[in-house]
Write a protein that binds this ligand. Structure first.
Ligand code: FE2
Length: 276
């Protein structure tokens, strides 16, 4: 499926970009399925989660118990000071997570397709398994920043095997907050680890003092809809806020190799879904 050059690029740079690998039609079907979930979502049901009165604990519960569910999460800037949505519901959702690949048929068949399974094998996962799926909206004007991070901080395993599959459902540009990755090929150590304890407290632990790359040194991945970017768990990446009037929808999958030991401190402990 992948050329030798593509595999080498992945090994050396930590990511590979597969331009317009998927049809616009298949991206449109993901977008439609996500739109239906938002339509069916009762915005009042979780209003409290993001109200100014809310304690972070209940916000955490909504998040921490979502590993085997399909839940909508609001943009932080979605509400005004009175707790009312500033714009229609469909333009207020930050993301849907985290078990679309299990519970939603359109996402399930897409995520378990032969193409994706073969790519996971080609990129080194002997026994690929999906832990998480997210549909990210990056809404116009209010789509928030995602700071520098590494995905292995959230999907730690021994050895580290997590791969992120990032599908551009819509065109991604600098203006609408495209993915930006570490530009030089230096392999970073793991800088942070997000841990969930038995009492459901969480902590982001700093593992070393290595600084993140500078924003100006990042490589923006401006890609067309249908493009797949795959990157490894140690690749630092971020995305700037979307200040444009265009959304930047993306779908993501996080996979590990079943032969690696998935950490019991990872926040997401839902049963992984094997690709073979
Ligand atoms: Fe990430």
């Amino acid at each position: 499926m992948l050329s030798t050059a593509q595999k080498e690029q992945f090994i050396q740079q930590g990511y590979v970009v597969l331009d317009e690998l998927f049809s616009l039609q298949s991206m449109h079907s993901l977008k439609q399925a996500a739109g239906k979930i938002v339509d069916d979502f009762d915005a009042e049901s979780t209003r409290a989660v993001f109200s100014t009165q809310d304690q972070s604990k209940s916000r955490d519960d909504y998040f921490l118990s979502s590993g085997d569910k399909v839940r909508c999460f609001f943009e932080e800037d979605a509400f005004n000071a009175e707790g009312q949505l500033k714009q229609e519901k469909a333009l207020s959702i930050n993301k849907i997570g985290h078990a679309l690949h299990v519970l939603e048929p359109v996402f399930k068949s897409f995520s378990h397709s032969d193409t994706i399974s073969q790519l996971a094998l080609d990129l080194g996962l002997q026994k690929p398994q999906i832990h998480q799926s997210m549909y990210i909206f990056k809404q116009p004007k209010i789509g928030g920043v995602i700071r520098w991070h590494q995905d292995a901080s959230y999907f730690y395993s021994d050895p580290i095997t997590v791969l992120t599959f990032w599908f551009a459902v819509e065109d991604a540009t600098i203006q609408n907050g495209c993915l930006q990755v570490q530009a030089d090929p230096e392999t970073y150590p793991l800088i942070e680890q997000f841990k969930r304890y038995e009492n459901d407290d969480t902590d982001l632990i700093k593992l070393n003092n290595k600084p993140w790359p500078k924003d100006d040194d990042a490589k923006p991945l401006e890609v067309k809809a249908g493009t797949l970017v795959v990157f490894n768990g140690l690749l630092p990446h971020f995305s700037a806020p979307n200040l444009s009037d265009k959304s930047r929808h993306a779908f993501t999958l996080h996979m590990t190799c079943a032969t690696s030991k998935y950490a019991k401190e990872n926040w997401l402990q839902a049963k992984p879904s094997p690709l073979y």
